[in-house]
Design a binder for this molecule. Structure first.
Ligand SMILES: Cc1ncc(C[n+]2csc(CCOP(=O)(O)OP(=O)(O)O)c2C)c(N)n1
Ligand code: SF4
Length: 336
C-alpha cells in the first residue's frame, strides 16, 4: 500500500454550505468552480488544505471552500499563510488575493513571500480595480482609465504583476483568463505540485466596476487570436489557424506568420519554463499582444520551509539547550 493513499473526492465535495455572494456574472464564480475541480485531482485530504485570504470581494473565497480557511486582514494573507505553512509543512496552503489586496496595502508582504519562496500557492484575482470598496483605481489600473477615483483618467503607472513577481524572485509564475476553466484547472494542479511560492495571475472580470476591462483579449471576436498559451518544450504558436508564432529578435519578441517570408515552425521560440535566467520570462510577461498565458516560469529552488527544517535539524543535533527554560536561563539576564 502506498504511504499516501489518494483521497477520492468530487468537485462538489469542496463546495461549502455557504451562499456564494458575489455579483451575478462576476469572474470569481468561474475561478471558484475551477479550484473545486482541481482539488480532487490533487488527492489531498481535505483536512490538510487551508485557504487564506485578505480583504476584498475575492477574499470571501475561503467561506465557499469546504476546507480549513482564514479570512484575515487587508494585505496580510501572506504572513498568515506563511505561518500556517511553517507550523505544519504538510498542509496545502492557498492564498486568495485581489490586485488591491496583494499589490497596494499588501505589497510588502507579497514581494517577501515570493523572495523567500515559501511553499504556498497565491491566486491573484486581477480585475484592475477595487471591487469590494466600489470601484477605486488599483495598482494594476491602466494609465488613463476612468474610475470612481480617477474620473479624468488614472495618471498612475500600473504594475504588471508578472514583472513585479519575477523581479521579487518568483520561481513560479503563471497567468490565465477567468473565461478559460480548463486552463485554470491545469494551472492550479501544476502550481500545487511546484514546491515553492506559486503565483497565478488570473485576469478576472468585475462585471460591476470594471466590466470588460480585458476585452482587448477576451472579447468573442478576438480571443482566439489574442492569447498565446505557452507550454514547456513547445514552440510558441497561436491563433485560430495556428499560423502565428513568436520569434526572438535581440531583447524583443516578435509576432510572425508561419509560411510567410520563409518562416517555419523551426524559427519559433521554444518555451523553456525551467530556465533559471529570467530574461525570456520577463519578455513573455511583458508581451501585450498576444497576451501570454500558461506557466511562464517554473524553476526549482530550495524553499524557505526546506531551509528552515534543515537548519532546525542541524541546531537540534548540536545544541546544549534542551528546553526553552535552558535557553532563558543560559545567558546574562537583567531587570528593567
Ligand atoms: C486596513 C484597511 N484599509 C482599507 C480597507 C478597505 N478595503 C477593503 S477591500 C479593499 C480593496 C479590495 O480590492 P482588491 O484587492 O482589488 O479586491 P476585489 O474586491 O477587487 O476582489 C479596500 C481598500 C480595509 N478593509 N482595511
Ligand atoms: S464588485 Fe466586482 S469583483 Fe466584486 S463581486 Fe461584484 S463583480 Fe465581482
Amino acid at each position: 500500500m502506498s504511504e499516501n493513499p489518494k483521497v477520492e473526492y468530487r468537485a462538489k465535495d469542496f463546495a461549502s454550505d455557504q451562499e456564494v455572494r458575489w455579483c451575478p456574472g462576476c469572474g470569481d464564480y468561474a475561478i471558484l468552480k475551477s479550484v473545486q475541480k482541481a482539488m480532487p485531482e490533487l488527492g489531498i485530504d481535505k483536512k490538510d488544505i487551508v485557504f487564506v485570504s485578505g480583504i476584498g470581494c475575492s477574499s470571501r473565497f475561503p467561506y465557499y471552500m469546504d476546507t480549513y480557511g482564514f479570512h484575515s486582514i487587508h494585505g496580510r494573507a501572506p504572513a498568515i499563510a506563511s505561518g500556517v505553512k511553517m507550523a505544519n509543512p504538510n498542509l496545502s496552503v492557498w492564498q486568495i488575493t485581489g490586485d488591491g489586496d496583494a499589490l497596494a496595502i499588501g505589497g510588502n508582504h507579497f514581494i517577501h513571500a515570493l523572495r523567500r519562496n515559501i511553499d504556498i500557492n497565491i491566486l491573484l484575482f486581477n480585475n484592475r480595480i477595487y471591487g469590494l470598496t466600489k470601484g477605486q483605481f488599483s495598482p494594476t489600473t491602466s494609465l488613463g482609465h476612468k474610475t470612481k477615483t480617477s474620473p479624468q483618467g488614472s495618471i498612475d503607472n500600473p504594475f504588471n504583476p508578472g514583472e513585479l513577481a519575477l523581479g521579487a524572485g518568483a520561481q513560479f509564475f503563471a497567468r490565465i483568463e477567468d473565461i478559460n476553466p480548463k486552463g485554470m484547472v491545469d494551472i492550479f494542479i501544476e502550481a500545487e505540485k511546484h514546491k515553492g511560492t506559486s503565483l497565478i495571475e488570473i485576469l478576472q472580470n468585475c462585471v460591476i466596476f470594471n466590466d470588460k476591462v480585458f476585452k482587448e483579449w477576451t472579447a468573442k471576436e478576438v480571443k482566439t487570436e489574442a492569447f498565446l498559451r505557452v507550454e514547456h518544450g513547445k514552440p510558441m504558436i497561436f491563433g485560430k489557424e495556428r499560423n502565428k508564432g513568436i520569434i526572438q529578435n535581440g531583447f524583443k519578441l516578435e509576432v510572425v506568420e508561419i509560411g510567410k517570408d520563409g518562416i517555419t515552425e523551426d524559427d519559433l521560440v521554444v518555451h523553456d519554463a525551467h530556465e533559471e535566467d529570467i530574461t525570456l520570462h520577463m519578455m513573455l510577461v511583458n508581451l501585450r499582444m498576444p497576451m501570454v498565458t500558461g506557466v511562464i516560469r517554473s524553476v526549482k529552488r530550495d524553499t524557505f520551509n526546506e531551509r528552515l527544517s534543515q537548519q532546525l535539524e542541524e541546531i537540534k543535533a548540536t545544541t546544549k539547550f534542551k528546553t526553552v527554560d535552558d535557553l532563558l536561563e543560559s545567558g546574562e539576564t537583567w531587570e528593567i
